[in-house]
Design a protein around this ligand. Sequence first.
Ligand SMILES: NC(=O)c1ccc[n+]([C@@H]2O[C@H](COP(=O)([O-])OP(=O)(O)OC[C@H]3O[C@@H](n4cnc5c(N)ncnc54)[C@H](O)[C@@H]3O)[C@@H](O)[C@H]2O)c1
Ligand SMILES: [Fe+2]
Length: 384
Amino acid sequence: MVRTDSPREARRLGAKRVLVVTDPVLLQAGLIDEVHAPLSLEGVLVEIFSEGEPEPSLRAAEKCIETARRVRPDALLGLGGGSNMDLAKITATVLAHGGGPRDYVGDDKVPGPIFPLICVPTTAGTGSEVSAASVLTDSDNHMKVGVLSNWLRPHAAVVDPLLTVSCPPKVTADSGIDALTHAIEAYTAVDNETFPLPHGERTVYQGRHPMGDLLAERAIALVGRHLRRAVAHGSDLEAREGMALGATLAGMAFSNVGVAAVHALEYPVGGAVHCSHGAGNGLLLPAVMCFNLPARLPQFAAIARLLGEDVMGLTEQQTAERAVTAVERLRDDIGVPRRLRDLGVTEGQLRPFAEKAFGIRRILRVNPRPVTADDLEGIYRAAF
Ligand SMILES: NC(=O)c1ccc[n+]([C@@H]2O[C@H](COP(=O)([O-])OP(=O)(O)OC[C@H]3O[C@@H](n4cnc5c(N)ncnc54)[C@H](O)[C@@H]3O)[C@@H](O)[C@H]2O)c1
Ligand SMILES: [Fe+2]
């Protein structure tokens, strides 16, 4: 869909008053006008919450909910990167079902449809516009926490690459490698047939299946072809378009299949050192790929080919290893940090991080190789 579709989607949802959830950066960049003007022209009253923040805290979510209760909109519109869209998603959840944001943290805790919600991404990365998750920062516990439910998928997603042109190189790089992480984790996930879901538990993640593979393959190829260009030349519209499509496809892949050890390992790091989610993921991705390689040789070999590696004459093992070096090169070329210590992590934090990450079962069970807390510590050490 294109930008001008926001009013049509608002009308379809019966909305006469829309609360746009955004942040001061986007307000200043004038991006708010891109949805404000077309909505106003259609006679929709636009209210604005502009106190969104990167990697939003539960406190920010509470503020947004307070505003929404005061303004009484009949639809929400999340405008921004994953951070603002996730704020809009948790707000839509609480407006529909009461309580507070913490009540919905975890898997499948949302009891039914959420408040009408349109998401308009301005980064090419998280796929939150199609995903079943809202990720928030629990500042008390220095940890990222997730609300996971199929009810969280927005009613409409308006994906327009032009809205990403103003992303500075760092935001483009970090969010872009997050999209690659989503696609690679989905493509190499545990198989759907052997998904280790304990009896009686429910989850939105299903493990690897053919539809997820198709989406992830296309996303990996698109990111491989376009991310360097989008970072180096922000106004390269072909690259922006490729990344917007790649990120949304990756969102559709991971939100059905699941994300795995990279995301579990990133949550304690992001919660403690406040790096961006994408930078943390991009940094950890090659180390997790190395760990998972023996369990997913053909898939990693396919990833090397999708990333355009010349693998003529190589064995399958060598081809699969090329996937890791290709991702390392991409990460270096776009300026995502290489080592945890570059983010300010200390060696003494590695064991506590590993224990925290080990507690995130809903994600770790998607990993193709079972992991112990020692394995997780080993991966952190490899990336330290
Ligand atoms: N819900 C999900 O499925 C899901 C998936 C992955 C990540 N996430 C979460 O999403 C968040 C990260 O989102 P993100 O990577 O999109 O970044 P972001 O939303 O945190 O944005 C980063 C910065 O870039 C600015 N920005 C965004 N778009 C811009 C534009 N077009 N022009 C100029 N500046 C712009 C923002 O104002 C912000 O300051 C994290 O909290 C992460 O945990 C959610
Ligand atoms: Fe992510």
